[in-house]
Design a protein around this ligand. Structure first.
Ligand SMILES: [Zn+2]
Ligand SMILES: [Zn+2]
Length: 243
């Protein structure tokens, strides 16, 4: 599978970029995980909107769903122009009914996932991990049967993360704070905590993402390096992993 960073900022996008959005591709199937602010624009550098086969959402904070509305308009416009009736499935949890109901539109269909069960989306099998965050949020462990990628979504640190991540090749973490800061109050992690999970779970590669709008971002990487001895990348648009 191929994983590409479409957006990587926490909270809001810096100029010309996007908040959370990760593109998963395998054998021509394309799945977008989270669809934050700016994602629809940046996504089109990699694929056509009409090539998207599925969307999976971790939670309903703006920086993860802001572009769902524009994506629904894009589906409507493209289906109308091409006289097609292609419905895009958008998977989300149903523990916030008002938000879940908004996933269904003319050519998108909200589909509830059960976080206690594995979800099959095209060639991908997804396991969920409830995170510690101010709203209900699920991290994901995504495998194509050969390789495995874990995405923490938004969460503060807790012990269970390394067990859940075990067996993953790539780990994408919420790294919204620097070492020594208290990320837990806001429901996010620090560079040090991200590195700790990667080291305990023995992943090959760690991507630090959901980045903050303050401080020197390269410091996040140095701080994670003190904990994790594998390959570390600071997320940036277009960063990709082939496994
Ligand atoms: Zn977020
Ligand atoms: Zn959030």
């Amino acid at each position: 599978m191929k994983v590409t960073v479409v957006g990587y900022w926490g909270a809001y996008p810096a100029a010309g970029s996007a908040t959370s959005g990760y593109l998963f591709e395998k054998d021509g199937f394309t799945m977008l995980v989270d669809c934050g602010s700016g994602v629809l624009s940046r996504l089109q550098q990699f694929i056509k909107v009409t090539d998207l086969d599925a969307v999976v959402l971790s939670h309903y904070h703006h920086d993860h769903i802001a572009d769902i509305g524009p994506l629904q308009y894009a589906s409507l416009v493209q289906n109308t122009l091409h006289e097609t009736k292609r419905v895009l499935p958008i998977y989300g949890h149903n523990q916030d009914e008002e938000q879940f109901d908004k996933l269904t539109h003319h050519y998108t269909k909200g589909i509830e996932y059960n976080p206690d069960e594995t979800l099959q989306v095209g060639p991908f099998t997804i396991e969920f991990q409830k995170t510690q965050h101010p709203v209900v949020c699920y991290g994901m462990k995504i495998t194509d049967g050969v390789h495995t990628v874990t995405y923490t979504a938004d969460t503060s640190y807790f012990e269970g993360w390394s067990d859940f991540t075990e067996g993953s090749d790539l780990l994408i973490t919420d790294t919204n704070f620097y070492r020594g800061m208290d990320g837990a109050k806001a429901g996010h992690m620090t560079s040090e905590e991200a590195g700790k999970i990667a080291q305990k779970a023995s992943v090959q590669t760690l991507w630090l993402s959901h980045l903050p709008h303050f401080g020197q971002l390269t410091r996040l990487r140095q701080e994670a390096e003190d904990e994790f001895h594998g390959n570390i990348e600071l997320a940036e648009e277009g960063l990709s992993w082939n496994g």
